[in-house]
Design a protein around this ligand. Structure first.
Ligand code: LMR
Length: 389
């Protein structure tokens, strides 16, 4: 069966993480994978999650199966975070992470409407391409980032989206665009919604960083512009980052339909796609999220800790821009980016030098995880970048 196989390429993000783990240089710095790190470089279990773990251990509960679409209470909390309240015309399935949600969305479309074109922004998260290709779709890209302006090229993006046809899927990053950190303005979200309505394509919103841009509510304004205006929107969301639940795989796929009957109809097909893929989602992920969000004081503590994570990233972003500004080049564009990532403009050759000569790891697109910076490694990172410029 496998005689003729050539080796699979390493994953650009997880492969980098493995290379970092294998590096025995003591001064190594990991600015690769999008995982929050505190000032000491640790990825903590959030306080509210620790409290929930304790309650769950005491309760003992059960490890029996969840329904195919997960716990209804989990879906309700997801919708409250996305829309402010549970929506009559929305249905949410708990999925293994945001990646699971994206794959189920890809399977749903392939198995109901048939394989189609899935449009990704250029650039996009490295995994998007293979998720939708694996679900049988043709991948297309639309203009997004303009390196000359170091920002979102709104005109080029809107012109590209105007060429997308009915029945196609357009993937949009709900906030904190990965990898560039540049998001559409509220007015631009309105124009995107108009185009989706005029042309008849389906928006699939990937919302992996809610709370890391400006705040929980602010970060879903673009999504709400779409759902207010359009008859059908899919949302892949995740608690990996904002709850620090990376390895618990706490994600969700939400279908917003024109009305409850349409959402319910599509939900049946989502459940079929789930059953054929991983059968049903993990209970522990759901139990943690629901325990925190059901309890006013745990929820408030979670939200406060999320604010602290976001503020720490913002202060590191400022400090890096300031230090790099001393090289005589303008790095103020870093301050216009939002979320966990900084899109530095470094070339793959410069990234390779940073890894080889300075033990600083970042994705070859020039993306850095700003949360990997701290007061102990900031000078080292800034002077290494200055050295390869
Ligand atoms: C990232 O972009 O680094 C994260 O979303 C982790 C991943 O799964 O790639």
């Amino acid at each position: 069966m496998f005689n003729a196989l050539s080796p699979a390429p390493a994953d650009p993000i997880f492969g980098l993480n493995a290379a970092f783990a294998a590096d025995d240089r003591p001064h190594k710095v990991n600015l690769g994978i999008g995982v929050y790190q505190d000032e000491q470089g640790r990825t903590p279990v959030l306080r509210a999650v620790r409290a929930a773990e304790q309650r769950l251990a005491e309760r003992g509960d059960t490890k029996s199966y969840l329904p195919i679409s997960g716990a209804p209470a989990y879906g309700d909390h997801v919708q409250r975070l996305l829309f402010g309240e549970v929506q009559d015309n929305a249905r949410t399935a708990q999925t293994p992470g945001g990646t699971g949600a994206l794959r189920v969305a890809g399977d749903l479309v392939a198995q109901t409407a048939g394989p189609t074109r899935v449009w990704l922004p250029s650039p996009s998260w490295a995994n998007h391409q293979q998720i939708f290709a694996a679900a049988g779709h043709e991948i297309q890209t639309y203009a997004y980032y303009d390196p000359a302006r170091t920002g979102l090229d709104e005109d080029a993006m809107l012109s590209a989206l105007a060429t997308v046809g009915a029945g196609d899927v357009v993937l949009l990053h709900g906030c904190c665009h990965n990898p560039t950190g540049f998001d559409p303005s509220p007015a631009t979200w309105g124009k995107i919604a108009d185009l989706a309505g005029d042309k008849g394509w389906l928006p699939l919103v990937d919302l992996a960083y809610q709370g890391f841009g400006e705040g929980l509510d602010h970060d879903v304004q673009g999504l709400r512009t779409l759902t207010d205006a359009l008859p059908e929107v899919l949302v892949a969301s995740s608690f990996s980052k904002n709850f620090g639940l990376y390895s618990e795989r706490a994600g969700a796929l939400t279908m917003v339909g024109a009305d409850a009957a349409r959402a319910e109809l599509v939900f049946g097909h989502i459940k079929r796609a789930v059953r054929a893929n991983y059968s049903n989602p993990p209970r522990h992920a759901e139990a943690l999220v629901v325990t925190v969000l059901d309890d006013a004081s745990l929820r408030a503590d979670w939200s406060a800790e999320l604010d602290t994570m976001r503020d720490r990233i913002t202060s590191m972003r400022r400090a890096l821009a300031e230090q790099l500004g001393r090289t005589g080049r303008d790095f103020s564009f870093l301050l216009r980016q939002r979320g966990m990532f900084g899109f530095t403009g470094l070339s793959p050759a410069q990234v390779d030098r940073l890894q080889g000569e300075h033990a600083i790891y970042m994705v070859r697109s020039g993306r850095i995880n700003v949360a990997g910076l701290n007061p102990h490694n900031l000078d080292q990172v800034a002077s290494a970048i200055a050295a390869v410029l």
